[in-house]
Design a protein around this ligand. Structure first.
Ligand SMILES: C[S@@+](CC[C@H](N)C(=O)[O-])C[C@H]1O[C@@H](n2cnc3c(N)ncnc32)[C@H](O)[C@@H]1O
Length: 276
């Protein structure tokens, strides 16, 4: 068994994790960290926490950092989560964006699901796009990203359990999934609409690939960051959006005291942040 983590090493791990991905591990999550890291230390047959930290810091093998991200991130998500956002997106924002983009001579719509976890969020958007037949001439681009390689692997596979699909309307379940043995396999059509990328919201160079985005969904990830890390992530989102583009964050999240670069707009009782 790995011996208990000392105060000093816990703090060093906390600082290292914060610096690499913005996630702040509070004191009351110490046991969680100890548990997750302990398992990995045993798997790798290392001497203890200090040895593991040394490996992460100085080993040239960057896969271990990726493994650490897999261990410490919370990946809870499901289709049609916070459905009011999708109602506003489909019913209100899409018509506005199409009209604005048409005036600007554009024939495309770009959406980015930042911190997409196992893909339920971007695939929900893809299914909504398939509904909007009248926008058929528009090119729809959906980008989805996360820091964790393992969730991106699951997202690409597109196979879900019944819990993940519990909010999917019956008609969509029939149309876009095949159901065998409690597994729901997403159709190749929906899968092919989403482009996955590995983006760490704390890394300037990662998010640079995305520019001119019309709508960003970055929901239920800012809660894991402190104010400084939130500011960093939000500035990446700002740079990726086109002027007047829209940002959705989770309903329990806020940009209050984080930035003035977005104007909160209330549409059907839902707060959407618009780039100013
Ligand atoms: C709780 S999930 C949210 C999934 C989805 N957006 C939703 O609302 O259902 C949070 C995700 O944020 C990702 N994440 C955490 N820190 C990140 C970072 N620095 N850059 C990118 N993604 C990050 C985690 O890997 C995890 O998959």
């Amino acid at each position: 068994m790995t011996p208990a983590i000392t105060d000093e090493i816990f703090k060093q791990f906390r600082d290292f994790i914060y610096e690499k991905c913005g996630i702040f591990i509070p004191d009351n999550k110490r046991y969680f960290l100890e548990n997750r890291l302990g398992r990995r230390i045993q798997e790798k047959d290392l001497k203890g926490y200090q040895d593991y930290l040394y490996t992460l810091k100085y080993d040239s093998d960057k896969n271990e950092l990726s493994k650490l991200f897999d261990l410490i991130t919370t990946n809870e998500t499901f289709f049609f989560r916070e459905p009011q956002h999708f109602d506003v997106f489909k019913g209100e924002l899409l018509p506005r964006i199409i009209s604005e983009n048409t005036q600007a001579g554009r024939r495309d719509i770009k959406v980015w699901s930042a911190a997409c976890s196992t893909g339920e969020e971007p695939y929900t958007i893809a299914m909504l796009f398939l509904d909007k037949h009248e926008n058929g001439l528009y090119r729809k681009e959906i980008y989805a990203s996360d820091l964790s390689e393992s969730v991106l692997g699951s997202a690409r596979a597109g196979v879900y359990g019944s819990y993940a699909v519990r909010n999917v309307p019956e008609e969509y379940l029939r149309k876009h999934f095949t159901n065998t043995d409690q597994q729901y396999k997403l159709s190749p059509t929906v899968k092919s609409m989403v482009k996955y990328m590995k983006i760490n919201l704390m890394e300037d160079r990662d998010a640079r690939a995305l520019r001119g985005v019309d709508v960003i969904f970055c929901r239920n990830v800012l809660i894991y960051f402190d104010d400084k890390a939130k500011q960093k992530a939000v500035s990446q989102l700002y740079d990726a959006l086109r002027p007047n583009g829209y940002l959705f964050i989770g309903t329990s999240e806020s940009l209050h005291n984080i930035t003035r670069a977005f104007r909160p707009v209330v549409i059907n009782k839902v707060i959407v942040y618009q780039k100013v």
